[in-house]
Design a protein around this ligand. Structure first.
Ligand code: URA
Length: 483
């Protein structure tokens, strides 16, 4: 029955076979041609691989059915607002999407202001499809969870994800930019994408069993998730809207949700009782939780660059906290602060001043390494963090201070000073002048040791002496405070 009906339609219809369900460029090209040839929407059938119950209309013969537009036919008028929405709506699973887009394009030729008509059914449907796809794109960015495997090429991160719409290709550039340094594969039922650090490749559809089930990073995620889960803020409806249940099965931390929700009321009551909610709202309650948190942190672009986060280290009750700028290349590789060239300069001076770094808490204003890649040797060259990036990461530094409670904070350079003070100061003007912080601790500011490394021999001797004097003064003050 259906077949006969379709056969009858195909007789005077133009059948357009698109190359793939997300082939928006193909739709654009053919739609333009059809408008120029004045083929009305009810005479066009859009065919997409895997949709519409098989390949009834497939085959090269269909291509010949498309009319050639007259040479002097004017190109269609396409408002920007339509194109933006159409690009997204074309990725929706709705099998009528291409027909809708073409109908709108056709109508726009005689009603250029159509997109402003918020009551028009076609316009509303287009907006709804685009909105749904945008949301799916966003969910994929937020909910893809990689699991690490080791193969002959080294470490590879593999994720299994089930997008609702045809968004895999549309999201590929995002993951390349975000995880440039990693080798990763995202497997989905629609196809897979694979990044080897240089080239992005597409692969066939996959099954969930093709992805690894679990890895060591899982526990880290769970620790982080449990530490940021704030019972006082729990709103189940909002949480389900942000993180719909259909995504849970591929997210390790989701296994914790039922228990955390169940325990939320009791935890909230305890927090209120102890007054903890006032001071530690949302904050991690241990330095390990901070380390897990910074590893998973994507609050700024540096956190999203795929490098390893470097957490603070040292004594958890240190009287002295030393804040640098950010981990460098060596620190990122080792996962420890101050072990590269600038770190060696610092450690040499600390020793000279009688400060044992193991008795201090060493950390950085920014926890990830910001760099640019320089060809041809592909060296990672340090870049200064922006004020915004420092301010974003400040939350972690404050959390460290709340837990370690140092009496003296030594900030190395302008980024560190901004991180502690929340505003920019001139290091040369304020060095040697202690600042009282809110919690009673003193802040001392000096230059960053990497500054010494950049000076020529003549200038360096004088600056080394000033740096040594600053550290000696800080150490003397620490002794007084301990006094
Ligand atoms: N420079 C810093 O500021 N921090 C480090 O950990 C290394 C170099």
């Amino acid at each position: 029955m259906t077949q006969l009906f379709r056969d009858a339609r195909i007789g005077d219809a133009c059948v357009v076979a698109l190359a793939a369900p997300d082939d928006f460029a193909g739709w654009r090209e053919q739609a333009r041609r059809l408008v120029m040839a004045e083929v009305p929407p009810d005479r066009v059938i859009w065919q997409v691989p895997g949709e519409g119950g098989g390949d009834l209309f497939a085959g090269p013969g269909n291509a010949r059915r498309l009319p050639t537009p007259p040479r002097d036919a004017p190109p269609p008028r396409v408002p920007r607002a339509f194109l933006d929405l159409a690009g997204k709506a074309a990725l929706h699973r709705d099998e009528q999407r291409h027909a809708l887009l073409y109908r709108l394009l056709w109508r726009l030729q005689t009603r250029p202001g159509l997109m402003e008509d918020a009551a028009d059914d076609d316009v509303r449907r287009l907006q709804m499809l685009a909105r749904t796809v945008r949301r799916d794109i966003h969910k994929m960015r937020a909910f893809v969870r990689f699991r690490v495997i080791a193969d002959t090429q080294g470490e590879r991160y593999v994720a299994w994800f089930e997008p609702e719409h045809y968004i895999l290709r549309a999201n590929a550039a995002f993951f390349v930019n975000r995880f440039t340094q990693m080798q990763w594969t995202i497997l989905t039922p629609q196809g897979s994408i694979d990044w080897d650090g240089e080239t992005l490749r597409e692969g066939p559809p996959a099954a969930r069993s093709d992805a690894p089930a679990e890895d060591a990073a899982e526990d880290l995620w769970k620790t982080y998730y449990a530490s940021i889960f704030n019972p006082a803020r729990l709103k189940i409806g909002a949480m389900l809207k942000e993180m719909p249940k259909r995504y849970w099965k591929n997210m390790p931390e989701a296994a914790l949700i039922p228990a955390l929700v169940a325990g939320a009321q009791a935890r909230e009551a305890r927090m209120v009782e102890t007054g903890a909610a006032l001071f530690t709202e949302d904050r991690p309650d241990s330095l390990d939780a901070i380390a897990a948190g910074v590893s998973a942190c994507t609050r700024c672009a540096i956190g999203c660059n795929g490098t390893r986060a470097v957490a603070g280290e040292g004594r958890d009750d240190a009287a002295l906290m030393i804040v640098g700028e950010q981990p460098g290349d060596s620190e990122e590789q080792a996962g420890r602060p101050f072990i590269g060239p600038a770190g060696q300069v610092l450690r040499g001076h600390l020793e000279q001043a009688g400060i044992d770094p193991q008795q201090a808490w060493l950390t950085n204003a920014v926890k990830h390494f910001k760099f640019v890649m320089r060809a041809p040797a592909k060296r990672r060259l340090h870049q200064n963090p922006s004020a915004k990036e420092i301010d974003t990461c400040r939350w972690w530094v404050e959390s460290e201070r709340l837990l370690v409670r140092p009496r003296l904070v030594l900030a190395l350079g302008a980024s560190a000073a901004r991180s502690v003070l929340g505003k920019t100061v001139s290091v040369q003007k304020v060095r040697g002048v202690p600042h009282r912080l809110d919690d009673g601790a003193e802040l001392w500011i000096t230059t960053h040791p990497s500054y010494l490394l950049r000076l020529d021999d003549a200038a360096r001797a004088g600056e080394e002496a000033r740096f040594a004097a600053d550290l000696a003064a800080a150490q003397a003050r620490l002794r007084e405070l301990a006094g």
